[in-house]
Design a protein around this ligand. Structure first.
Ligand code: SAH
Ligand code: SF4
Ligand code: F3S
Length: 495
């Protein structure tokens, strides 16, 4: 770990420190005492399970929760029903995310009846909504701990408070301008890692709940980010994914502002890091400087996720996206000129209030013009408290479903065609795992984010390998590795 924590050296009988993260280390040490007692009583360590419901940002937060639990001494358990402590890290971006949560929580409540000592905690975006917390208090009183997105760093302290408490411990903050560094985390992969570069969002797209539940935009200091990535590289991480709701506006809130492109230039210099990814890019803030850096970089992956949401400039205005269809298409042109083989992906919403058939056809038109490598398509979901929820002319579910099907068909037909174009080429692949279905195969990810399965030894997991793409099967490839001694750069073979 890039910063060692020595819990054994902490005096847990003194008053807690007043500064962070030391105060949290103190509570981790206190929880560890509790774990030791548990072990003595039960003859085993307590088991914990972290379940993630949200986006990559939530996934990174979940790694922090898991890291804290590991420091405390919990044993990781995959099955939530067999765990002594379960935490659900929630998402509320669309209604179905909420429904899924209540479904899983109901099931877990039944499991808790068999094991009354099980402690259940909830955190994340949904907990920032007061209606959700009220509902929990009323109908899910078996939940023991509830906290939100702004005070996740306080998890050890809150856990300690709740361990011997019978009542529901609730701590939700409205917002924060604080960033607490050096919270431990347990990475899912040893060779790649997400890295938060900023938190929150100031864009207030009119349909979106994220700015309300994640708070105002704030960037981490470049030196904190760089130190973390250097530490990751020292531990063998070769790929980093820089995370933020709008990475293109990175650095604007810093005392000494720095652009996202400037940050990328610094990360590029870190030895050991071979691949850099980032998400998400808002088109309105994508600068010429960034396009230039992407064109020159040897490490930035040839993939850009650039959500458009709608192809209709009229709807984009109502969405408060602050770009037009034409500006977006021009941006795509500029990016493709600088990085010709870039893979482009996007997010699309159908059925935003007031969307007409003509507006929808504009979206289809963009899809046909850009020819995305992949697109995530969503049915508009009304989020209470957002401006769009109060708009008249909500589109009927029937129309939304019909447009959604048409869009999905178009998107899939195009991406299967686009995916095929790499057949026969040689690509550098980061081997991510042994194939789940066939253990003689490895699964790797190309720079453009496509997956390829090929024969190879499990010892190659976490390394970069040159692979010839033999056959495209829809959205992935089957391939063969090249012989030793050959590497490839940007798809071209070099000896
Ligand atoms: N910050 C990222 C997106 C985060 S949410 C960005 O701006 O690109 C991920 C995606 O969920 C969004 O891009 C959008 O397509 C979708 N989404 C957000 N709110 C939604 C809603 N109310 N209904 C349907 N889809 C929504
Ligand atoms: Fe939501 Fe828009 Fe912020 Fe993305 S940029 S998180 S869509 S408000
Ligand atoms: Fe969901 Fe929160 Fe991410 S609402 S999409 S988990 S920022």
């Amino acid at each position: 770990m890039y910063h060692e924590i020595h819990l054994d050296q902490i005096d847990i009988h003194s008053e807690p420190p007043t500064v962070e993260p030391e105060k949290q280390y103190y509570y981790m040490a206190k929880c560890r005492e509790w774990v030791k007692d548990f072990e003595q009583k039960n003859g085993r360590l307590p088991k914990s399970c972290v379940v993630n419901f949200g986006c990559q940002m939530n996934a990174r937060d979940s790694e922090k929760l898991a890291g804290i639990l590991r420091q405390i001494g919990y044993e990781e358990e995959k099955d939530e029903k067999k765990s002594d402590f379960v935490i659900f890290n929630t998402c509320t971006v669309r209604e179905n995310a909420n429904q899924r949560l209540y479904g899983r929580l109901g099931q877990l409540g039944r499991a808790k009846k068999q094991n009354p000592d099980m402690k259940i905690a909830l955190c994340g975006c949904m907990m920032q909504e007061s209606e959700a917390v009220e509902k929990l208090k009323k109908s899910y009183s078996f939940v023991g701990l509830v906290f939100g997105t702004h005070n996740l760093y306080k998890f050890a302290e809150l856990l300690f408070l709740s361990l011997d408490s019978e009542r529901m411990v609730i701590d939700i903050w409205k917002d924060t301008d604080k960033i607490v560094e050096k919270i431990p985390s347990q990475r899912k992969y040893s060779f790649k890692s997400g890295v938060n570069i900023m938190f929150g969002c100031n864009n207030f797209c009119s349909y979106c709940i994220v700015p309300y539940v994640r708070g105002r935009e704030r960037s981490r200091k470049p030196q904190d980010i760089l130190r973390e990535i250097e530490g990751l590289a020292a531990e063998g991480v070769v790929e980093v994914m820089l995370l933020g709701q709008n990475v293109n506006s990175y650095g604007k809130t810093l005392e000494r502002p720095m652009s996202f492109a400037g940050l990328l230039r610094e990360i590029e210099k870190i030895d050991g890091i071979q691949r850099i990814r980032f998400m998400t890019s808002h088109p309105k803030d994508l600068s010429k400087e960034l396009i230039q850096v992407m064109g020159q970089s040897k490490k930035i992956c040839r993939h850009l996720h650039l959500p458009i949401q709608s192809g209709s400039s009229r709807i984009l205005e109502k969405m408060n996206r602050r770009y037009t269809k034409e500006q977006y298409l021009k941006l795509v042109e500029d990016i493709r000129r600088a990085v010709p083989d870039i893979s482009l992906t996007t997010d699309l919403i159908v059925g935003f209030p007031g969307e007409t058939e003509a507006d929808f056809l504009e979206t289809l038109d963009v899809v046909r013009k850009v020819r995305y490598d992949a697109a995530f398509t969503f049915q508009y979901s009304k989020r209470t408290g957002t401006p769009a929820a109060a708009m008249e002319e909500q589109v009927s579910l029937e129309v939304v479903k019909e447009r959604f099907e048409r869009l999905l068909k178009e998107v899939q037909a195009i991406s299967t065609e686009v995916c095929k174009v790499h057949t026969g080429s040689i690509q550098e692949v980061l081997v991510e795992s042994v194939n789940e279905q066939d253990a003689s195969l490895l699964t790797g990810r190309m720079s453009n984010n496509l997956l390829v399965h090929f024969p190879g030894s499990p010892s190659l997991v976490g390394t970069l390998v040159s692979v010839r793409l033999k056959e495209c099967r829809g959205f992935y490839y089957m391939g063969e590795p090249l012989k030793n001694g050959r590497t490839c750069e940007k798809g071209r073979l070099v000896q």
